[in-house]
Design a protein around this ligand. Structure first.
Ligand SMILES: [Zn+2]
Ligand SMILES: [Zn+2]
Length: 312
């Protein structure tokens, strides 16, 4: 090998080493275990959502289910404990995501005073609603235990490579809500678009893992914003509720067209994504059942391994 090619090779190697060193260390193992959804296997099912998110061993609770006891009972049956889990993410104010918060906090604090003592809600979670924002009462009871709600107004990193989007901008006209509440604005009553709706995004070497509660902001808006705000890369896994249960075929076809280019490898659809809509979307996305299916309580996603646990 002549001298000039040796020098070129050395330069290339050193610039490669520099590029690798400049890359942030991303998580090695991400696990998401479903704790509340409608399909339940041998656990307790309900209309709601909750999951345990574990990133390189650090656990965070994501939403809290609907009924006060559902997630508590499922955790016990799974022999999981919220002691040692300091934080809980609340995607939005609806009771089917916040209903277990106080019960879980009161139970876990007897073993660990710091257990889920910090809750992250998207900005707007406390907005006055008509007929009522149930979460305002829940927040009062939660904070009476010495816990604290923090409102997230913009994309925020809560741990290395673990992000909350804060309120997801509504760029595309997805209308994914039931209209059961309305916002009480200063100049009258407005439609409640659930402006606080936020998702969790974990930035891994395989791509982004996006976890959603009810997806009121829309799956296209949410995934688009995750790539814009956190990292413009492929979506490795999509997990949770996306409020597509009542979507017609035109909307599902449009949705698939928008998200197909994002390179989704795994899709674990829970809660309000809906059974029929999940099956249709899977067909449109041309994903095999082992990579896209319906979540049930106890089912788990693990990076590098895929969707684990009993099939629905
Ligand atoms: Zn909701
Ligand atoms: Zn929901």
């Amino acid at each position: 090998m002549n001298t000039s090619s040796t020098i070129t090779r050395r330069a290339a190697l050193s610039s490669l080493a520099g590029a690798l060193a400049a890359q942030p260390a991303r998580p090695q193992v991400v696990q998401v275990t479903v704790l509340s959804t409608m399909l339940s296997g041998s656990f307790n099912g309900e209309w709601g959502f909750a999951a345990m998110v574990t990133v390189d061993g650090k656990r965070t609770l994501f939403d809290t289910g609907n009924r006060p006891e559902t997630v508590l009972n499922n955790l016990r049956e799974m022999k999981l404990d919220l002691a040692g889990v300091p934080e809980v993410v609340l995607t939005h104010h609806h009771r089917d995501h916040t209903g277990g918060l106080v019960t879980l906090r009161r139970d876990a604090m007897t073993r660990d005073p710091k257990a889920i003592a910090t809750a992250y809600g998207g900005k707007g979670i406390l907005l006055p609603r008509q007929p009522a924002n149930d979460f305002v009462l829940i927040k009062g009871e939660y904070e009476a235990t010495g816990a604290k709600l923090k409102e997230i107004a913009k994309p925020t990193q809560i741990a290395p490579s673990v992000w909350l989007t804060g309120p997801v901008p509504r760029v595309f006209g997805e209308r994914n809500w039931s209209g059961s509440t309305r916002l009480r604005a200063a100049d009258g009553i407005e439609e409640d678009t659930l402006p606080e709706d936020q998702a969790m995004v974990i930035d891994t070497n395989q791509g982004l893992i996006v976890i959603s509660g009810c997806g009121h902001a829309g799956i296209v808006n949410t995934l688009t914003y995750a790539r814009k705000a956190i990292r413009n890369t492929n979506i490795y896994a999509v997990i949770g509720g996306f409020h597509l249960f009542d979507a017609n075929d035109e909307k599902l076809t449009w949705t698939a067209q928008q998200i197909a280019p994002m390179g989704i490898t795994y899709f674990l659809a829970a809660h309000c994504t809906g059974v029929e809509s999940t099956v249709r979307l899977r067909e449109l996305l041309k994903l095999p059942p082992e990579r896209m299916t319906i979540a049930q309580v106890g089912r788990r996603f693990e990076s590098g391994k895929g969707i684990l646990g009993a099939r629905s």
